[in-house]
Design a protein around this ligand. Structure first.
Ligand code: DAH
Length: 370
């Protein structure tokens, strides 16, 4: 057998024995690579005499073509086998039972917030927003909390680290009332486009949002939600406040009217101040509104304090107004019979599946609220 025939036999045999594409590639380099055996023979042709080249040339070229073809064929075969093996390994058994599907739902707090926004929007209130991180001026000073006044401590405020340059300590807002200030201070530029900028009266806004206090027990969580309301116009009096809030509460609880009382209270930013209660019956472990001899506190309210108006550049002899604030989570619990506040913020999908609302049940006054 000639050397060439022997070489071809050896190579074809070796190709036949490869088991992976990596081995095939190693053989290709060994035979046809730059310093491969066949490449060496091809190069050697340059030194041959014309007769010798005429005789050996076709043999060497033929050898290169056949070995090349054998390598390519083996490579294709192994690639197909490797793909089959991978497909088999990554196969998904579609006959396995699917894991139970948890559908997303709307949190009751957000549902109730949307209900409240829909009701107030119909009464002509616009939504205004403020930042969660507030400065002392908007959260306290402009709302007539005197400096060092215990009311500031009463709010169990979360203070941020003081600014190294100014020493100013920002706070996580303890209530949504600072949005009142932002809405009234007409000359003040809002720090971001979504934050309420001051407007000239008449003003009729509600401010829903997150609020924060260092407080945690069965009825308090460090983060909770409030809706604030503010009306500023000429000749505004307590009658407007009562009428607005009674209409709101009745519609919120889907009753024709509510049996409410306004109990004197104190807030620094209103004068007079009141808390609104609705009549209820708690006997037998059930809560019934508009019945019985008990009263349940619903919200805080009052006539905007002249000092607050002055802090916002409004003349109290010309403009008056009323304001109110309420806890959205607490009203959601009341309306939808949720017994405990804390699980509302546990993000437990089982709780959400039970108390959450379908995204298709967006509150809408035309079809009813709940
Ligand atoms: N900011 C009060 C609080 O968080 C609630 C409140 C009471 C808001 C009376 C008002 C108001 O606007 O008039 O406890």
């Amino acid at each position: 057998m000639t050397d060439l025939a022997q070489l071809e036999l050896d190579l074809i045999q070796a190709i036949g024995q490869t088991a992976t594409t990596t081995e095939v590639e190693a053989l290709r380099v060994q035979a046809l690579g730059k310093t491969g055996t066949i490449s060496g023979l091809l190069k050697g042709m340059g030194a041959m005499s014309p007769e010798e080249r005429r005789e050996k040339g076709p043999m060497i070229n033929g050898l290169r073509d056949r070995v090349g073809a054998a390598l390519a064929a083996k490579k294709a075969e192994l690639e197909a086998a490797e793909l089959d093996a991978r497909l088999l390994a990554e196969r998904i058994d579609l006959t396995l039972p699917a894991p139970p599907r948890r559908r997303g739902s709307v949190h009751p707090t957000m549902q109730v917030m949307d209900e409240m926004i829909a009701l107030f929007a119909e009464m002509g209130f616009a939504v205004a927003e403020g930042p969660d991180i507030e400065d002392d001026f908007h959260n306290f000073t402009a709302l007539n909390f005197p400096p060092k006044h215990p009311a500031r401590e009463m709010h169990d405020t979360f203070f941020l680290k003081p600014d190294p340059e100014t020493g100013e300590r920002k706070v996580l807002r303890t209530h949504t009332s600072p949005v009142q200030i932002r809405a009234m201070r007409a000359g003040e530029k809002a720090p971001a486009p979504w934050i309420a900028s001051g407007q000239e009266p008449p003003i009729r806004i509600i401010a829903p949002g997150r609020t924060f206090r260092k407080d945690s027990d069965a009825t308090h969580t460090p983060m909770f939600h409030q809706i604030e309301g503010l009306v500023i116009d000429r000749d505004i009096h307590m009658g407007h406040l009562k009428g607005t809030l009674e209409a709101f509460v009745a519609r919120f609880f889907e009753m024709d009217q509510v049996d409410a009382r306004f109990r004197p209270h104190h807030f620094p930013f209103t004068e007079p101040s009141a808390e609104m209660d609705i009549r209820c019956d708690r006997s037998g472990g059930r809560l019934r509104l508009n019945e019985g001899e008990d009263w349940m506190e619903i919200l805080g309210c009052g006539m905007v304090h002249p000092k607050v108006l002055i802090a916002c550049g409004l003349d109290p002899d010309e403009w008056q107004g009323f304001a109110f604030g309420m806890g959205v989570d607490r009203l959601a619990m009341l309306k939808y019979g949720i017994p405990d506040l804390r699980p509302m913020f546990d993000a437990d999908t089982r709780w959400l599946a039970h108390y959450g609302f379908s995204a298709f049940a967006a509150p809408n006054l035309a079809t009813g609220l709940s």
